[in-house]
Write a protein that binds this ligand. Structure first.
Ligand code: FAD
Length: 412
């Protein structure tokens, strides 16, 4: 383990921010780093080094074995990456831009890794941080930030995906008293980390609308079964959760929100992270293809020497540069408290769509070798099929932007 500096305790003066020997990103045509502060660069370099040392040597095997490496959770916690944008309760309290930079580096390793940090921090921890009682925050957030408790976020159901308002999971009160238990029944699907989580944030319909519940996964009636086999996100876990008369105390409900704005406020945090993460995967695919094109000889010359290859590389690099600029702009808006919901859709839709195209184009440069796990582009492209689907599909974000442009809602 070579990269153990905690982000919150990083000595920026001694960090790598002004390091004269930083190798520029091969895709960077616009001096992107000049837009970042020394603290942001130092954080990015720390996470990049962690991915280089701990993820890259292992990711092909984890992907092949469909293994989520639980063993790295303590390292992610030590780096301060779990709930890193949250304040208090043991969280690192970093900016939105710093959260995004870390997400891009993690996803350059594998989308499954960034997804874990996103589910833990942006979904499960954010739900408790934004909407929980003080007692819920004190109980769960410190242990989640420390990686001692994994959290999951149960919104999607087998028949309620893009339209979560049609959920059928129901929470009823067992009696009239204000201290009466809640009883949850229903099925959730595609829930990340649900079989290794210690706590699940479950959204359920009640007589008063959608409410969130903090469910310790050891509660009788909770069962999580991994969905497999998968062709995407193989180094990550998603489950179906059965909730069979799960009995919870009255104070298990998140007290501070009712309705779909509860889960949506968390999804927006996660969607923001994806804007950066997708470009991290794209950048890694580009770098793999660029390096290969310089080595691989056909017709007596390196592939990089052919105009058709150069056109592919240039188109990829242009989109990577634009994608990171967009991510940074939206991150700066978020840090200023000015990021509008539809602007998150701009970033999520654009960067996922471009990233998947970049990864597929990178694969073509690798020829047959591009379909092996020795190279990253096809693994990234397969992962990005999930990334473009969760937290709102391409179509859902198109509808959000269509409504923004026209004033007409076309969802139903
Ligand atoms: C790897 C992975 C991890 C996930 N993690 C989680 C998690 O941790 N927690 C969680 O709650 N969920 C999670 N999800 C679920 C994810 O959010 C849903 O898959 C997503 O919301 C889409 O829902 P669906 O799969 O039911 O597709 P559907 O909603 O059935 O959509 C199918 C297709 O129809 C399109 N469509 C839907 N409505 C319209 C419309 N009005 N107009 C035009 N087209 C439309 C969609 O865009 C899509 O192309 C995860 C999913 C995946 C794949």
């Amino acid at each position: 383990m070579t990269a153990t500096a905690s982000l919150s305790g990083m000595d920026t003066a001694a960090g790598t921010a002004s390091s004269p020997d930083r190798v520029p990103d091969p895709a960077d045509l616009i001096s992107f780093d000049s837009l970042l502060t020394p603290e942001e660069l130092a954080l990015r370099d720390t996470v990049r080094e962690f991915v280089r040392a701990e993820i890259r040597p292992n990711i092909a095997r984890w992907y092949e074995d469909a293994h989520f490496p639980l063993e790295i959770v303590p390292e992610l916690a030590k780096l301060g990456l779990l709930g890193m944008h949250l304040h208090g309760y043991g969280c690192a309290g970093r900016s939105a831009v710093e959260y995004g930079l870390a997400g891009a580096e993690l996803e350059a390793g594998d989308s499954g890794l960034r997804t874990f940090v996103s589910v833990q921090g942006s979904l499960a921890m954010s739900a408790i941080h934004k909407h929980g009682s003080e007692a819920q925050k004190q109980e769960w957030l410190p242990q989640m930030a420390a990686g001692e408790a994994i959290g999951c976020f149960g919104l999607t159901e087998p028949t309620a995906g893009s339209d979560p308002g049609s959920m059928t999971t129901f929470a009823r009160r067992d009696g009239e008293s204000p201290t009466a238990d809640w009883v949850l029944t229903g099925t959730k699907r595609w829930i990340g980390l649900a079989n290794v989580a210690k706590v699940a944030v479950v959204w359920a319909m009640t007589d008063a609308g959608v409410r969130g519940f903090v469910v310790p996964t050891a509660t009788p009636g909770y069962t999580a079964t991994p969905i497999q086999p998968k062709l995407s996100m193989r180094a990550s876990i998603q489950c179906e959760i059965e909730l069979d008369e799960v009995r919870l105390p009255h104070d298990a409900v998140l007290p501070n929100v009712t309705g779909l704005k509860g889960p949506f406020s968390c999804l927006n945090e996660a969607r923001y992270g994806i804007i950066w993460g997708a470009m991290g995967a794209a950048r890694d695919a580009f770098e793999d293809a660029l390096a290969y094109s310089k080595e691989r000889l056909q017709f007596g010359r390196p592939l990089a020497g052919y105009q058709l290859t150069q056109a592919k590389l240039v188109d990829m690099a242009l989109e990577i540069n634009k994608g990171f600029l967009l991510a940074l702009h939206l991150g700066r808006l978020k840090d200023a408290g000015k990021l509008a919901h539809h602007q998150i859709s701009v970033g999520k839709l654009n960067n996922c769509r471009e990233a998947i195209e970049i990864c597929r184009e990178a694969r073509t440069i690798l020829g047959g070798n591009g379909i092996t796990l020795e190279h990253s582009p096809l693994r990234h492209a397969n992962n990005l099929e999930s990334v473009r689907t969760y937290e709102g599909t391409d179509e859902v974000h198109t509808l959000i932007l269509g409504q923004q442009l026209t004033g007409e809602a076309a969802f139903r």
